[in-house]
Structure formats: structure tokens, C-alpha cells
Design a protein around this ligand. Structure first.
Ligand code: PLP
Length: 386
């Protein structure tokens, strides 16, 4: 099969963009682990910028393995084009800088991923870019923060930690009418469960370190959007800041994508079972999982998402440090580690502020992996009882 263009998500993950005839029939594409590409003669070398389509020249600009990954992820996110980066933060910083410069203002959800918040709050003011943080569950939160120099609205839906949603279509519409760009971090839902570009968002960013990679063995990121926006971002923030995805890392992402659909289905199934079990547990005060019928934004979730991944958090009634630590320490199958979205289950205690009451509390955040559901439920049961 060659360059299959139609089919459902999991079929596209396997077949889209692959030219197996030119790779001796190899079902897995080769890794073009080369920094530079040779020309056949001096004439083609000297005319290299005039050629269309452009030849491969230098891997910081473009690489065939990374190109395949970018084509595939763009298709899955329903965008025209994509650019891969060496980490999620490299993708996010490039995307933000492609939309805002000195004198501009950015609006961002306050529950955004921590380092994204630090980029906007601590680093970008040095470049003359200011940010305002809003709760974001109501589109009016964004409207009220718009200034004449607002150039970007940055959302993350579902957000980290409490998994709150933003109404993507409403935010996109608000921004469009005022000439403001929009970026959505879609790492949690993945393109399997949500496509923000379809809602009118301009750029989607992912940390591919999490679900896209899926095996906790790579660090990478990706930005998806219109051909025009991505071409501009590639030649400026991509080539000049230089945070590229290595060919081997791009190949690992391609491998991760083959099983993304089946992994997300399993993450969802097990996380749902765990969330429901925790909700019925008298010692648990609150479960934060957008897939629960009790989630305050379930109507919005049903409108803009097709499902939910394996991330959830919960707050015990006894929500102090001691109980949260004891519970995490008693777990057998959940590693105590940062990151998420891999095959392995993780659990960490985190000090947070309840988004509704603002009270400080300790919560436990789980990344539900691909272990057997009964084993994980039994492990949690045991830990709750210790
Ligand atoms: C981890 C993470 C990132 C950053 O990705 P890196 O690959 O670690 O740079 C961005 N957004 C979210 C939601 C994340 O969890």
C-alpha cells in the first residue's frame, strides 16, 4: 500500500503517508539518521533553493523520517501541516513565539501545565510579552481579559491536575472576530479523542513524550496548523531556535502512533473503572475525571471530545499530606514518578488549590497505564485500606 489517504484513525496511523515501495517493501520505515544530504553535482547544489519540491539538505531544516511523522500527525489532527520538536516545551515555546512578540499580550488558562505557565509568567516578560491568567471554564473569562494588544489566547483542555475544559469553539470564535490567534495544548485528549482545529483553534501543540510516544522512552513535541502558519513557524522558530526532533525520536513517535488508538481505548476503559470505584469510596471527597457523569462540564465534554484518556486525580476526605503520602507509598503497581501517558501506571501526591473553593489540599494524581484492570483496582483498594 502506498500513500493511503482514506480510512479511520487507526488505519491512517498504520498506512498514511508511507511509501513502502521506495523502502524495499520494509513495513517499518527506515530511520534517516543523517545530518546532511549529498547532491549529485555542483549544478544541483548551487540551484538548491530554487528546486521544487525542495530536496533534503540538512536535518535541522527537514529530514525524511521526521517528514513522515509530521505528515501523519497533521492528518490525524485534521491540520494541513505539522512541525516536530525536541520536546513539548520546544513545541510550545515555538508556537507561542510564532504568535506574539514584543509589546503583545497573551491570555492563558491558569491551570495550564506548570512550565508553560513559567514561560509566559517569568520568561516572556523579558522579551516584552505580557500574560494574563484566567480560569477559563466560562468563555467570558477570556473576553474580559482582552486588551487592544492581545495577540494570543492559550488553552489546555482538559487541563493538567483538575482536568477542567474550555469551550474550544466559543474561544476560537471570540478570538477570530478580534484577530487574536489561538493555541490549544491537546496532549491529554490526543488527536484520537479531540481535534481542536475542527473547533476553529489555529494551532495545536502536543508533548509527544506522553501519549503519542506512549512508551516512556522519548521526549518530543509537535505543533499542527494551517500550511501557512506551520511554514512560517518552521523557517523561523523551527530552524532558528533549532529545537528539532532527532530522526530516531521521530521514528519512535511513528512507532507509538501505530498503537495510539488501541492504547487510548484501554487507558480510557481502565481509568473509567478506577474513577467510578474511587467515586463510590467513602474516604474519597472528590474525583477529577472528565469522563465521569458527575463531571461539572460533562455536556461540554460530550460535545467536543470523543472520549477520555487515563489521567485522573482525586482528593481524600482526609486531604492532608500524611494520608496522600501513605496512599501513594502503599501502591504496588503505580510508580511514583512525573510525566504520564506511558504504558506504566504512575501516582504522585501534589499540593494544590481546589479550583472551586480555593482551599489548599493534597491530591493524588494517577496516570492509569496498560496493566490489567483488576490488578490496578485491587492495588488501589489495598492502598486505600492502609
Ligand atoms: C509534559 C507536558 C508538556 C511538556 O512536554 P515536554 O515533552 O516535557 O517538554 C506540555 N504540556 C503538558 C500538558 C504536559 O503534561
Amino acid at each position: 500500500m502506498n500513500q493511503a489517504v482514506a480510512g479511520a484513525f487507526e488505519t491512517l496511523c498504520i498506512h498514511y503517508g508511507e511509501d513502502r515501495r521506495s523502502d524495499h517493501g520494509a513495513v517499518t520505515p527506515p530511520i534517516h539518521q543523517s545530518s546532511t544530504f549529498a547532491y549529485p553535482d555542483a549544478e544541483s547544489f548551487s540551484g538548491r533553493y530554487a528546486e521544487s519540491p525542495a530536496r533534503y539538505d540538512y536535518t535541522r531544516v527537514a529530514n525524511p523520517t521526521t517528514d513522515l511523522l509530521e505528515k501523519k500527525i497533521a492528518m490525524l489532527e485534521r491540520g494541513e501541516s505539522a512541525r516536530a520538536f525536541g520536546s513539548g516545551m520546544a513545541a510550545i515555546s515555538a508556537a507561542v513565539l510564532s504568535c506574539a512578540g514584543s509589546g503583545d499580550h497573551v491570555i492563558c488558562v491558569e491551570t495550564v501545565y506548570g512550565p508553560t505557565r513559567r514561560l509566559l509568567d517569568e520568561y516572556l516578560p523579558r522579551l516584552g510579552i505580557e500574560a494574563t491568567f484566567v480560569r477559563g471554564i466560562d468563555v467570558a473569562d477570556f473576553g474580559g481579559a482582552i486588551r487592544p494588544n492581545t495577540k494570543l489566547i492559550y488553552v489546555e483542555s482538559p487541563s493538567s491536575l483538575f482536568f477542567e475544559l474550555q469551550d474550544l469553539a466559543a474561544v476560537a470564535q471570540l478570538a477570530r472576530t478580534r484577530g487574536i490567534a489561538t493555541i490549544c495544548d491537546n496532549s491529554n485528549a490526543t488527536p484520537y479523542f479531540q481535534n481542536p482545529l475542527d473547533a476553529g483553534i489555529d494551532l495545536v501543540v502536543h508533548t509527544a513524550t506522553k501519549y503519542i510516544g506512549g512508551h516512556s522512552d522519548l521526549v518530543a513535541g509537535v505543533v499542527i496548523g494551517s500550511a501557512e502558519r506551520i511554514a512560517r513557524l518552521s523557517t523561523r522558530e523551527g530552524e532558528l531556535l533549532g529545537g528539532i526532533s532527532e530522526p530516531f525520536t521521530s521514528w519512535l513517535m511513528l512507532r507509538g502512533l501505530r498503537t495510539l488508538a488501541i492504547r487510548m481505548e484501554r487507558h480510557q476503559e481502565t481509568a473509567q473503572a478506577i474513577a467510578r470505584r474511587l467515586e463510590s469510596e467513602p474516604r474519597v471527597a472528590r474525583v477529577y475525571y472528565p469522563g465521569l457523569a458527575s463531571h461539572p462540564q460533562r455536556t461540554l465534554a460530550a460535545r467536543q471530545m470523543r472520549g477520555h484518556g487515563g489521567m485522573l486525580s482525586f482528593r481524600l476526605k482526609d486531604d492532608g499530606r500524611r494520608r496522600a503520602f501513605a496512599l501513594v507509598d502503599a501502591l504496588q503497581y503505580f510508580f511514583i514518578a512525573v510525566s504520564w501517558g506511558g504504558y506504566e501506571s504512575l501516582a504522585i501526591p501534589l499540593e494544590a488549590r481546589d479550583p472551586e473553593s480555593g482551599e489548599p489540599c493534597w491530591i493524588v494524581r494517577l496516570s492509569v497505564g496498560l496493566e490489567n484492570q483488576v490488578d490496578l483496582l485491587r492495588d488501589l483498594e489495598h492502598a486505600l485500606n492502609t
